[in-house]
Design a protein around this ligand. Structure first.
Ligand code: SF4
Length: 321
């Protein structure tokens, strides 16, 4: 079967929808095509990111999936700034093991300049050894974005999360267009962009496809695909996730690889749940993961992650390390 990709000819929305329905031999062929693109552009390495929640909880926004939202009753730890010991300790781990990147997340949607200056100060310290840093943060003013750029921040994460049509079902305190505008501004001033979505929030396959087309338009360096972990105390706590079979999750990642073959395709939250026992296939498609957990949810330890990657026949080491 011939798969149109961003490499050869344009994939249409109908092609993309068909991909999400493939089965049997056709699905195996899809995985092999994704593997060919993964190897061509990303080699055999699985990039590991470590995530530190720098500011936790007390957000003014109502994102349905998020334990840190204003509507969430999830019993999470809430703090304004993580202890320096934890932040710099995580950064040292990234350096020590030559991991790909230190990702830092801050809850909230808008920030005072003084907050951004405190963050910039911490980034300057963490950049001393040249660590690659990505920051997941709400909407920045152009002035604030430039402050972080000057501090050495490499990349900013701001997910689209779903399609434009479905977005009001998961969040009403800001708009999809604000997200797009924010990403365009960040791109214009020279940031690498990390933007992806969450699968399993009740969206249709058309929504998944539409989100992928929006992402293709933005052409981010990194595309994190999260598979919903329903968190107790959030609006999606009881969400039916039975559609998130390993096969379906694999097809979503293949679609991302076909549409954005040169981007980092990251299997983010949900990896340990939905891909358990399917790691060999997973790494044929995705070249990027998190270790040691997510913002408010636990995950696989660093050492266990190394083992999982090696047992699947891939490497996590930097070639020159
Ligand atoms: S996803 Fe971000 S903006 Fe939305 S509620 Fe959570 S911390 Fe706030």
């Amino acid at each position: 079967m011939f798969f149109p990709t961003a490499e050869n000819t344009s994939l249409t929305k109908n092609d993309a929808l068909e991909i999400l329905d493939l089965q049997g031999d056709a699905l195996n062929n899809l995985i092999e095509e994704a593997y060919r693109l993964r190897t061509k552009y990303k080699g055999n390495r699985v990039n590991i990111q470590l995530l530190t929640n720098v500011r936790s909880g007390n957000c003014t926004q109502n994102c349905a999936y998020c334990a840190q939202s204003r509507d969430s009753e999830a019993p999470i730890e809430k703090y304004r700034y993580v202890e320096d010991k934890k932040l710099y300790g995580d950064n040292d781990l990234v350096d020590e093991f030559h991991l790909s990147r230190h990702c830092i997340g801050l809850s909230g949607i808008r920030f005072a300049d003084s907050d951004i200056e405190s963050l910039a100060e911490r980034i300057r310290k963490m950049k001393k050894n040249g660590t690659q840093i990505c920051c997941s943060i709400g909407f920045l003013t152009e002035h604030q974005a430039k402050m972080l750029k000057e501090a050495g921040l490499n990349r900013i994460n701001h997910n689209l999360n779903s399609s434009r049509r479905f977005y009001p079902s998961i969040c009403t305190t800001h708009t999809y267009q604000e997200r797009i505008d924010n990403l365009r501004m960040l791109k214009r001033i020279g940031f690498e962009i990390c933007s992806g979505g969450i699968i399993g929030m009740g969206e249709s396959k058309e929504d998944v496809v539409d989100m992928m087309f929006e992402l293709k338009e933005l052409n981010p360096e990194s595309v994190p695909i999260n598979f919903l972990l329903p968190v107790n105390g959030t609006r999606l706590a009881e969400r039916d996730i039975s559609a998130l079979t390993p096969e379906y999750c694999i097809k979503v990642l293949c679609l991302a690889r076909l549409m954005l073959p040169k981007s980092d395709i990251r299997c983010a939250a949900g990896r340990e749940v939905y891909f358990k026992g399917y790691e060999k296939t997973l790494f044929k498609i995705a070249d990027s993961i998190f270790a040691s957990g997510y913002l408010t949810e636990g995950g696989q330890s660093l050492e266990a992650t190394f083992r999982t990657i090696e047992e699947a026949g891939f490497t996590w080491q930097v070639e020159s390390a």
